[in-house]
Design a binder for this molecule. Structure first.
Ligand code: A3P
Length: 295
């Protein structure tokens, strides 16, 4: 693997899942990663509000003070386990190994790809899910601007790939359902993007409770304000604008794009929506998991 090969490269299949090519370097490092019981994980299917929740969690951990958050990029404060691109990006497993406990770990991994000792470590997990239609739209724009992903083609082409699970990390429905099931026997706080958007304070309180923290109203208000879309859009420590445009081109589409629920309505044709709904019904039958596609 040499650096330029990473860009716009096809996915590599890892145990049946399409994976960002750069991340597949020495995959054993993921399988052998040593999880610790004190670790707290933020796990999502991509484009579901991971960066948003990461910033919320980090502020809660630091009692609502935003000093550290003003100077250190979120990718360093909460490294993404699978992230790697030798010669371009640090290998997160190496970074995480050196972090003191309690660590925050970000990941998009589906359950079968988790490190071998993940479940026995019994670490806490915050899982954020977002409705499939908005994820598809957000992922499409992300693949346009993020050169580590293959070119997504037109939205119509991309939607077909999304429905067939031919996108990084595979099928959306498998991800959200399998993590939903796991919360029966593991400490998982399962949250929804749409709920956080609707009432951030209510949802942030759930995260505080899960992390064993209590704050006064003023601190809580500060966390809500600091993690609003408007604040995060202009915050260089979370908006990924510090990466070179050769890797992420915000002129094509900013990482902090719209930050709303229901944007899919601006993209799906009536025919695409009907096809998507029919496919969705089949794949989501038999689960108690329900989503809102607008608020
Ligand atoms: P859009 O592309 O729909 O705007 P992730 O961090 O998992 O990659 O998710 C990115 C999505 O979350 C993007 O969605 C981004 O704009 C949105 N997002 C990030 N911060 C947000 C915030 N504070 N409030 C609402 N949405 C946010």
């Amino acid at each position: 693997m040499s650096s330029p090969d990473f860009l716009r490269h096809d996915f590599k299949i890892i145990h049946g899942y399409p994976m960002v090519y750069a991340f597949t370097f020495n995959w054993e490092r993921i399988e052998q990663f040593q999880c610790r019981p004190e670790d707290i994980w933020i796990i999502t299917y991509p484009k579901s509000g991971t960066t948003w929740m990461s910033e919320i969690m980090d502020l809660i951990k630091n009692d609502g003070f935003a000093e550290k958050q003003k100077n250190i990029p979120i990718t360093e404060r909460i490294p993404m386990l699978e992230s790697a691109a030798p010669g371009i990006l640090p290998t997160s497993t190496d970074v995480l190994e050196k972090l003191p406990s309690p660590r925050f770990v970000k990941s998009h991994l589906p359950i079968p790809l988790l490190p071998k000792n993940f479940w026995e470590s019994n670490c806490k997990v915050i899982y954020v899910a977002r409705n499939a239609k908005d994820v598809a739209v957000s992922y499409y724009h992300f693949d346009r601007m993020n050169k580590f992903h293959p070119d997504p083609g037109t939205f119509a082409e991309y939607l077909e790939k999304f429905m067939s699970g031919n996108v990084s990390y595979g099928h959306w429905h498998e991800h959200v359902i399998s993590w939903w099931e796991k919360k029966k026997d593991h400490p998982i706080l399962y949250l929804f993007y749409e709920d956080i958007k609707e009432d951030p304070k209510r949802e942030i309180k759930k995260v505080m409770q899960f992390l064993g923290k209590k704050f006064d109203e003023e601190t809580l208000d500060r966390i809500v304000q600091h993690t609003s879309f408007e604040s995060m859009k202009d915050n260089l420590m979370v908006n990924y604008k510090s990466l070179p445009t050769s890797l992420m081109d915000h002129n094509i589409s900013p990482f902090m794009r719209k930050g709303i629920a229901g944007d899919w309505k601006n993209y799906f044709t009536v025919a695409q929506n009907e096809k998507f709904d029919a496919d969705y019904e089949k794949k989501m039958s038999g689960t108690t998991l329900k989503f809102r596609t607008e608020i």
